[in-house]
Design a protein around this ligand. Structure first.
Ligand SMILES: *Cc1c(COP(=O)(O)O)cnc(C)c1O
Length: 464
């Protein structure tokens, strides 16, 4: 997390505008930004949905051959073109040699997950031994909590955000119940101050300082699914561990979005899904991280035959030889058909690198923010004009790709007008629309076009 050393988005926009002798809002600025973008060719590796195939499109408002403006990679990433090829490779192998596929080919099925784990190391900042690809996100969260949450009469709480993703909330609730604890007393929820949308770091640190002695596990998200707030993972980790807590993160909206250094930050455990920024397709193979320092002390609570060392696994002698570290948390054999799409996507990440992606992302989202503020800020002179508020933090260090917008007109209507015009984003309760330009496949021109479509959508809502 060192974007402060990079050129700030506003400086880049100004430089280009003055080179082109035009205003920063000019379309030529977007086109020049795309020309200068060294990652722009990665867009070709993905299927970009066409507007004509979208279910809510109004064909009188769009040119049907056009690409949609896909700003929903935070929720469901696009399909890499190689997914089909990789799936075909395993289907062919299955067709041609049946069970022999277990130990043959590019992805032997027995070690299918392990063949691609190395592609994840730079994305989460961990060694291969600390990473395991298995199950789905919430399942992994449960498995990790079973090992890391060992409440005692004095230390029995789990600290998490009041507006955590529902699945995480339920997972924590049920873990507390599993230990026979009173949920109200043991689930320590932290919420933003009255009238504020995002959490303040100082408030998080204060709770940890005051109540840390009774907290067993701190579970935070890396990037908040609704507000898009990026938390200071190393600072929360350090503060929690100083109080003797285990500190874990749900990285669903952080992985593939911001740079992570889980090992160096000393994070105890983490988990993530792969169908959001990592583009593995719905229900894709999820991941988990257990820090190397726990290799001899933290054991999986539930095991299966894939927790057993490969060398002796097929001796079938029922004497468990537990794999140390994260890989011991595996229970079943890996789903090879879920390995394929993730493989295709992680290879693209490997070429692009998280560092370069984050650099582009800062500029891409900064450009979006600039245009939103320029065109849709609350205008005191014109009270009839709809305006847009960005609830995502303005500081670059406090956010990733996503901006969450609220409107002075009904969100539902704005969303419907955007959908009709081929913008793919989503609305989330209570009243936000989330837009996430993704550096792997979105362009600066996408952002420019989005702003035009939003203008037209808001005009249409205002005149109804
Ligand atoms: C997307 C998301 C989930 C989804 O959980 P699954 O187990 O993959 O269905 C859970 N938690 C968070 C924070 C998420 O963003």
């Amino acid at each position: 997390m060192e974007p402060s050393r990079l050129e700030l988005p506003a400086d880049t926009l100004q430089r280009i505008a003055s080179e082109l002798r035009c205003h920063m809002t000019d379309e030529r600025v977007a086109l020049r930004l795309d020309e200068e973008d060294k990652l722009r060719h990665f867009r070709e590796h993905f299927h970009i949905p066409k507007v004509q195939d979208l279910p809510s499109i109004d064909l009188s408002l769009v040119n049907k051959d056009e690409n949609s403006i896909y700003f929903l990679g935070n929720s469901h990433g696009l399909q890499p073109k190689l997914v089909k090829t990789y799936l075909d490779e395993e289907l062919d192998k299955w067709a041609k040699m049946g069970a022999y596929g277990h130990d043959r080919g590019k992805r032997p099925w027995i070690t299918g997950d392990e063949t691609i784990a190395g592609l994840m190391t730079d994305i989460v900042g961990a060694s291969e031994k600390e990473i395991v690809l298995m199950n789905a996100l919430t399942v992994n969260l449960h498995l990790l909590l079973l090992s890391f949450f060992k409440p005692t009469p004095k230390r029995y709480k789990i600290l998490l955000e009041a507006k955590a993703f529902p699945s995480d909330h339920y997972a924590v609730e049920s873990q507390l119940q599993l230990h026979g604890l009173n949920v109200e007393k043991s689930m320590r929820l932290i919420k933003p101050r009255e009238g504020e949308e995002t959490l303040r770091m100082e408030d998080i640190l204060e709770i940890i300082e005051k109540e840390g002695d009774s907290i067993a596990v701190i579970l935070f998200c890396g990037v908040h699914f609704y507000t898009g707030q990026l938390f200071n993972i190393p600072a929360i980790t350090k503060a929690g561990q100083a109080k003797g807590c285990f500190v874990g993160f749900d990285l669903a909206h952080a992985v593939g979005n911001v740079e992570l250094h889980l090992h160096d930050w000393g994070v105890d455990f983490a988990c993530w899904c792969s169908y959001k920024y990592l583009n593995s397709g719905a229900g894709g193979l999820a991941g988990a991280f257990v820090h190397e320092k726990h290799v001899h002390t933290i054991k999986p609570a539930l095991v299966g035959w894939f927790s057993h060392e490969l060398k002796t696994r097929f001796k079938m002698d029922n004497k468990l030889q537990l794999i140390p570290g994260a890989n011991g948390f595996r229970i079943s054999n890996p789903p090879i058909l879920l390995v394929c799409p993730l493989h295709a996507s992680l290879e693209i990440f490997k070429q692009a690198t998280m560092k370069a992606l984050r650099r582009k992302s800062i500029l891409l989202t900064g450009y979006l923010e600039y245009l939103l503020k320029h065109y849709f800020s609350k205008d005191k002179a014109d009270t009839k004009k709809p305006f847009v508020t960005i609830i995502t933090p303005a500081r670059i260090d406090d956010r990733g790709c996503q901006l969450t917008l609220t409107f002075s007109v009904p969100t539902k209507n704005v969303y419907e007008e955007l959908e009709k015009r081929g913008v793919v984003c989503d609305k989330r309760e209570p009243n936000g629309i989330r837009v996430a330009p993704v550096p792997l496949y979105n362009s600066f021109h996408d952002v420019y076009k989005f702003i035009n479509l939003l203008t037209s959508a808001l005009d249409s809502v205002a005149t109804k």
